[in-house]
Write a protein that binds this ligand. Structure first.
Ligand SMILES: [Zn+2]
Length: 171
């Protein structure tokens, strides 16, 4: 016998898969990890952190989008899979990143550049000034997310937590 039933939805799955997912089909396993990460402070802060601010002008929009898209890469991976191991394997998109500390530094540098980007252009109207402040508030929010991400990673990897850990995704 090479197949069994997913213990959540009953879909037929290979025993080989079941052994790696403690009895779940891949969609159910993915949802389980997503819910698990979503219940942590990192997961709860994540969706809010990446929401676009309400901008009244286009003056600082490109500063924001660039930082958001750069940071979303590594953060999204953790939100979806609970893991960031692949980032430490010499991924050329993340130069100098080899462990949680250096990834945290890399992320904070992206946010430092975001702050520098909005400081370059002096606000010429109340609308622009409001936009500048909204983006600075986002930078603060995302700095907090980076801190929560780091705490999440350290907690998962010191306690050997099973769900959302560093086990490779079954294919
Ligand atoms: Zn299932």
């Amino acid at each position: 016998m090479t197949a069994t039933a997913c213990r959540t939805c009953g879909a037929e799955i290979l025993l080989r898969t079941a052994e790696r997912t403690h009895g779940l089909c891949m969609p159910c396993r993915k949802q389980e990890v997503r819910d698990d990460v979503g219940g942590t402070p990192f997961g709860q802060h994540f969706d809010r952190g990446f929401r676009d601010p309400d901008l009244g002008s286009d003056s600082y929009r490109s500063c924001w989008l660039s930082a958001k898209l750069t940071l979303a890469g590594p953060m999204w991976g953790t939100r979806e899979t609970g893991s960031v191991e692949s980032l430490f394997a010499g991924d050329e998109r993340f130069p100098g990143v080899r462990d949680p500390e250096s990834l945290k530094g890399w992320c904070l540098e992206v946010l430092r550049k975001l702050r520098a980007c909005v400081e370059q252009h002096r606000a010429a109207s109340p609308v622009e000034e409001a936009d500048r402040r909204a983006i600075e508030a986002k930078a603060t929010e995302l700095e907090e997310l980076v801190r929560l991400w780091h705490a999440f990673y350290v907690a998962r990897h010191s306690s050997g937590h099973a769900a959302g850990g560093s086990a490779p995704e079954p294919k």
